[in-house]
Design a protein around this ligand. Structure first.
Ligand code: ZN
Length: 189
């Protein structure tokens, strides 16, 4: 089922997600719906907050992006990125494992807003998968960027919080418009 994606200005985007303690039928349904919603909107990642649910759950799939490579290491050895796609991360813990690199980012909660964001180029990830099984990997490139962008959402952080001051100042009028539009739509519900 395709869910509505909440936009900047909706308070749920600022909520820290609750940890998920067990994979209930509701969580399984939410995961399936989040994949449907992400694919429909041609996204690389989607966090539960973006469909109005403040939980530590995100879905990621970088396979459609061919011009921005990703890297993966499992047990210290290079591995095929597609082997862990599509990726579900529950209660993820992300630790920087490399120098910061700048790269373009967008967000389905910020339509038509794009910016260069600096983030560690490589990260270590510990999480639970869709079955509640612990997973651990190191990743780089687009996948590392997506994992960090989505994990930020789970903590109520947004990519505008990671922009440098000049970039954010330039985008401020668009951000203010989007926020006002969202609040107006919410007040009518
Ligand atoms: Zn986002």
């Amino acid at each position: 089922m395709i869910l509505e994606i909440v936009k900047y200005g909706h308070p749920v985007l600022r909520k820290k997600g609750e940890r998920i303690e067990s994979i209930t039928p509701e969580i399984k349904k939410l995961i399936a719906d989040m994949f449907d919603t992400m694919k429909e909107n041609h996204g690389v990642g989607l966090a539960a907050q973006q469909v109005g649910v403040a939980k530590q759950l995100t879905v990621i799939d970088v396979r459609e992006i061919t011009d921005r490579p990703s890297t993966l290491e499992l047990d210290g050895k290079p591995a095929d990125v597609t082997s862990i796609m599509p990726l579900v991360l529950i209660n993820p813990l992300v630790t920087p494992a490399g120098d910061a690199v700048s790269g373009g980012e967008g967000c389905l909660s910020f339509p038509e807003i794009f910016a260069e964001i600096s983030r560690p180029g490589t990260v270590d990830v510990k999480a639970l998968d869709a079955k509640g099984k612990p997973i651990e990997f190191r990743c780089g490139g687009l996948l590392a960027r997506a994992v960090q962008h989505e994990t930020d959402h789970l903590n109520g952080l947004l990519f505008i919080d990671r922009m440098d001051k000049k970039t954010k100042a330039e985008l401020q009028p668009e951000l203010d418009d989007l926020q006002a539009e969202t609040k107006k739509a919410l007040s009518k519900k």
